[in-house]
Design a binder for this molecule. Sequence first.
Ligand code: NAP
Ligand code: G4F
Length: 334
Amino acid sequence: MADTRRALITGITGQDGGHLAQLLNEKGYEVFGLLRGQHNPRRAEVERDMPYVHLIEGDLTDPTSLVRAVETSNPDELYNLAAVSHVGYSFKNPSLTADVTAKGVLNVLEAVRVTGREQATRVYQASTSEMFGGLDYNRPGAGYNENSLFHPRSPYGVAKLYGHWIAKNYRESYDMFVSCGILFNHEGERRGVEFVTRKITHAVARIKLGLQPQIELGDLWPKRDWGYAGDFVEGMWRMLQHSEPDDFVLATGETHSIEEFLTLAFGEVGIDDWRPYVTQNPAFMRPAEVDILLGDPSKAEKVLGWERKVDFPGLVSLMVAHDLRLAEAQRLSV
Ligand code: NAP
Ligand code: G4F
């Protein structure tokens, strides 16, 4: 019988960490997750929902903890998903964002190298479409691909670009298997409520059940290429099964505005006009905005055989249905 494969996931408490842990467990992996903080409020959730995950305490800003995590888990595959991942927050905390989202990647790669696992551990780095910036001059009609220009528009995007290039540098310098997934926005039931899609579906369910009157948002015109997180973690895994390390865009190839998202989400609960329920608050606007993101996933489709299964209306529908169940449970408990 073949040995059980071992995977270490940083960012285990995050949206993608949860989807990926589930996928790897279904595939028979022994799954390890890096957990930060002396009292992480999400520990109990992980222990309840993913009892098969071995938790290892550590932090992306603490190189020694990462060395210990790699030694303890001895992983065949390491998925570096941990980051300060909220773009708006990165404007308010740019130095922390650089420490975690940029230098943290270096710390992870070094942990693999100094433990002598550079030929044994395949590494996935969570790169992002935020690196492209969505500016007019930098906007290809058919969507951004692996060769498009980068022009990040936030401390988060800049930090991710460092992570992307240091990952490629370790691939080239040390012959390490390091693949970068340039992922466009992906959402779902596990999405944090600080991100616009979940903030909307969470509020729509509560408005429908009379638990809150309105929702406050920032700019409504930006467009995003929104896919389903469950589909995207399958693409991450495929990148590490490929014969060569490489960069791959994962996207849906469609872009939609926040207004379109609002129309579909409110429509799911029978509200045709969302405008009376939405106010705009400058506190949720950013010093520099990414106007539009549209990805071209044709390389991942062709080389990895990856495909997205959930379309835009399906995504909105599953998120609203999930949040209606949560809101209903909350209403019954008060
Ligand atoms: P998320 O839900 O915000 O999760 C971020 C994770 O990083 C959390 O588990 C968080 O742990 C952990 N973390 C933060 N600071 C840390 C530190 N100093 N040390 C260790 N762990 C730390 O993000 P996500 O949506 O799952 O995204 C996963 C990755 O993909 C991120 O790197 C993100 O930037 C990138 N990405 C996401 C998207 C998307 O649309 N979702 C698109 C492209 C790229 P705590 O629970 O302790 O805070
Ligand atoms: O949901 P968002 O915060 O996601 P954003 O900024 O696109 O970043 C997400 O996707 C990236 C991939 O492209 C990831 F790398 C990153 O980690 C993260 O997962 O905001 C989407 C859009 C923005 O234009 C924002 O300005 O929604 C706009 N928006 C309008 N009102 C809002 C709000 N965003 C948030 N979070 N909250 C609002 O109230």
